[in-house]
Ligand binder design. Structure first.
Ligand code: SAM
Length: 349
């Protein structure tokens, strides 16, 4: 072999050996870590060992992306809500309307039930209506009855029973008079009742202003000394008072809620009679009241209801006495049992 060729062969063998050594070192460092002389000094015992991230702490990129998109979406939605709220507040404040908005129900009567059905379900108002109407007995007047959303909860037909203190009492309704200012609302209620209680007696429907409604009890025959509610309250002329007056979600809609409650107190049997209310109005919380106030005019204009009224203050001003009070939904829903104010001696609860 010529000298040049020998040299070439020896050079390429050296190169081959170098490659072999380098790849062996790489394999060794993969399995055993860096060569001894390059290895780190052992950590002095007085230094704390850095924490090893747990699986939960190692946030995968996909989760980070999802989290980022969610935060972005939520903040965009909050921004949208805030902008639309401030726009509605400005529009509401700019509105000038007559404070008596009770005429709105003439237009909304046929769609009223459909419009509030979902809200009432979410707020479980059916149960609150049921527990209130269960207290109705004797000759009953419901004012502002609307489309008759309380109709399913009445126990029709009066019977004698025992109260919670073991005393003889009257249970169930001998008669029910449903009234509302809006004739179209009364019409819807009447149809609802006919479908639920065909052939029921001593139930009438009237178009009346709650502030002026008179005692007009169906089925009473005073000429024969009174039949119906005879014996419900000793010493009380049958037909002179209602035993129970009901109103649900009505104080928000009428122009004179205090005057109306006073009138209802006057036509309720003074000793044992009760006024049952389920109303909505101001909350316990200032921030919520501010929102109700800010949007009140627009809401009243559209739905015929002032949702920021102070129900507690209205009741207090009316002079009626509170027998029982419960509040729900941040204090905006008021469940109340009232009685006429005691005026003389000898009236017991
Ligand atoms: C929000 S709706 C409530 C209807 C029903 N009580 C209920 O719980 O679903 C208010 C009702 O009050 C009636 N209303 C308003 N002002 C009234 C008044 N001065 N006398 C009697 N009813 C009145 C309206 O016509 C309407 O039907």
């Amino acid at each position: 072999m010529p000298w040049g060729a020998k040299q070439d062969a020896s050079r390429s063998k050296d190169k081959y050996d170098d490659i072999q050594v380098a790849s062996k070192e790489r394999a060794q460092s993969r399995t055993q870590g860096p060569p001894k002389d390059e290895q780190e000094e052992p950590r002095p015992h007085y230094l704390p060992t850095p924490p090893i991230p747990t699986k939960a702490q190692q946030c995968p990129p996909r989760l980070m992306t999802f989290f980022g998109i969610s935060v972005l979406g939520l903040s965009t939605y909050c921004g949208y809500l805030y902008t639309s709220y401030t726009r509605q507040v400005a529009a509401s404040r700019a509105l000038e309307i007559d404070p008596d908005v009770s005429d709105r129900y003439n237009d909304s009567a046929t769609r009223f039930d459909a419009e509030i059905e979902l809200d009432e379900k979410l707020m479980r108002l059916g149960a609150k209506r049921a527990s209130l109407i269960a207290l109705a007995r004797g000759d009953v007047l419901e004012v502002s009855c609307g489309t008759g959303r309380n109709i399913p909860y009445y126990e029709l037909g009066m019977r004698r029973g025992i109260d919670e203190k073991g005393r003889a009492t009257v249970k169930g309704c001998r008669s029910v008079t449903f009234t509302d200012l809006s004739a179209p609302m009364v019409e819807v209620a009447k149809k609802k009742f006919a479908a639920l209680h065909p052939g029921a007696e001593n139930v009438v429907f009237r178009v009346r202003d709650a502030k002026e409604v008179e005692v007009d009890i169906p089925g009473l025959k005073p000429s024969r000394g009174g039949t119906g509610s005879e014996g419900v309250h000793e010493g009380v002329t049958p037909g002179s008072y209602y035993d129970t007056v009901v109103q649900t979600m009505g104080l928000c809609s009428m122009p004179d809620p205090v005057g109306t409650l006073r009138h209802l107190g006057e036509i309720t049997e003074p000793e044992h009679g009760r006024i049952l209310l389920l109303e909505h109005g101001r909350s316990y919380y200032g921030w919520l009241n501010t929102m109700l106030d800010n949007l009140a005019t627009a809401h009243a204009n559209r739905y015929g209801c002032w949702w920021n009224r102070d129900i507690g203050a209205i009741v207090k001003e009316s002079g009626l006495e509170i027998v029982e009070e419960k509040r729900y939904h941040f204090g905006t829903t008021w469940w109340l049992v009232l009685r006429p104010k005691k005026t003389g001696q000898g009236l017991s609860s």
